[in-house]
Design a protein around this ligand. Structure first.
Ligand SMILES: Nc1nc2c(ncn2[C@@H]2O[C@H](COP(=O)(O)OP(=O)(O)OP(=O)(O)O)[C@@H](O)[C@H]2O)c(=O)[nH]1
Ligand SMILES: [Mg+2]
Length: 327
């Protein structure tokens, strides 16, 4: 048995340690771990019937508090829950504050739940999200509900929406202006908008819900045949949580599994192109670095002495040349 097979056998037998180890392997950048990660992922089978749910919203809106409660409701309904928390800013902070952001003390203790911060991996040319692969591994470990928490900072909502079946947007019940400040594009991706901390000011929450409802009238739902729901929630006063669980269940009951599969297949197409892009970039950069040409052309492009288009063209022409010479 190879070490990948052994690790997966433990993971399938329900070992959380094995799942944690697999997720660390995914996040690692050493060549040895990358190979192990490819081997692990190749051995995973598709699990079409799982629920993949993304939860985003501004910092401090109440994502973790909501998931702590919501996760427990799902457990009581017989589901098994994995929470992956992705922090798009963690590449800057080294992920050190991530632990604080995903405090879900009760849920973490539950047998059929798994909570894990999942820092975005920094790579040259951007961030390579390992979250998609982490979802595959959690599903292989028999979790049937994958909840992904990420703080909403523009690009991250779009990212997370492209890896889930259902997208929940959390908004604060503050002034109407702020509710309207949610970008239209983000609102159009949401299957439900939850107005959090509604206990703080119920009047404000009602106004926020009314504004959201009227705004939604002019938008297309993200999935055909689904009308977007607006729900007030309070973790402190414990309302709106069961209702949210009900609406999530009805989403999965009502949306045909064939439609969901076709959405997942579209997502995999994007994922393939993105992975190709990243891998090619890494490959090129690792070659170019040896010649120092990259640094030179890049700084010329930055200073403005060479248009970036020409700089990139020269770099690629040079690389093509050196590849040809090698063969
Ligand atoms: N009054 C009230 N406070 C809440 C509610 N939900 C969360 N909070 C408080 O809001 C603060 C932020 O909650 P979190 O759940 O950490 O928010 P978050 O969106 O996960 O935060 P980040 O991950 O840091 O972006 C905490 O102090 C919570 O206690 C609620 O329903 N009512
Ligand atoms: Mg949080």
């Amino acid at each position: 048995m190879s070490s990948a097979e052994k690790l997966l056998a433990d993971l399938r037998a329900g070992s959380r340690r094995a799942l944690s180890k697999c997720l660390s392997v995914l996040e690692s950048t050493t060549a040895q771990d990358r190979e192990l990660a490819y081997e692990l992922l190749a051995l995973c089978k598709p699990h079409g019937n799982t629920w993949r749910i993304g939860v985003t919203g501004p910092p401090g809106v109440g994502k973790s508090s909501f998931l702590e409660e919501f996760g427990q409701i799902l457990l009581r309904q017989g589901r098994t829950v994995a929470v992956l928390a992705v922090d798009p800013s963690s590449t800057k902070t080294g992920g050190s504050i991530l632990g604080d952001k995903v405090r879900m003390p009760q849920l973490s203790l539950e047998d059929r739940a798994f909570v894990r911060p999942s820092p975005s991996r920094a790579c040259l040319g951007g961030i390579t999200p390992t979250t998609r692969d982490a979802i595959i591994l959690c599903e292989e470990a028999s979790y049937d509900t994958i909840l992904i928490e990420t703080v909403g900072v523009g690009q991250s909502e779009i990212e997370v929406a492209s890896m889930v079946d259902m997208f929940l947007l959390l908004a604060l019940p503050t002034a109407g202006d702020e509710v309207q400040g949610i970008k239209r594009g983000i609102m159009e991706m949401a299957h439900a908008i939850l107005v959090t901390k509604s206990d703080l000011d119920e009047g404000a929450s009602n106004r926020a819900q009314a504004i959201l409802r009227s705004a939604m009238q002019f938008m297309l739902p993200p999935t055909e045949q689904w009308s977007v729901r607006i729900q007030a929630v309070s973790v402190i006063k414990q309302y709106g949580l069961e209702e949210t669980a009900k609406l999530v269940r009805s989403f999965f009951d009502e949306s045909r599994s064939k439609l969901r599969e076709s959405i997942r297949s579209e997502q995999r197409q994007q994922w393939f192109d993105m992975a190709l892009h990243h891998e090619l970039f890494d490959m090129l950069v690792s070659q170019a670095r040896a010649t120092t040409l990259l640094a030179d052309l890049r700084s010329k492009a930055i200073i403005g002495t060479l248009p970036p288009t020409v700089a990139v063209h020269r770099l690629l022409s040079h690389l093509q040349l050196s590849i040809t010479e090698q063969t």
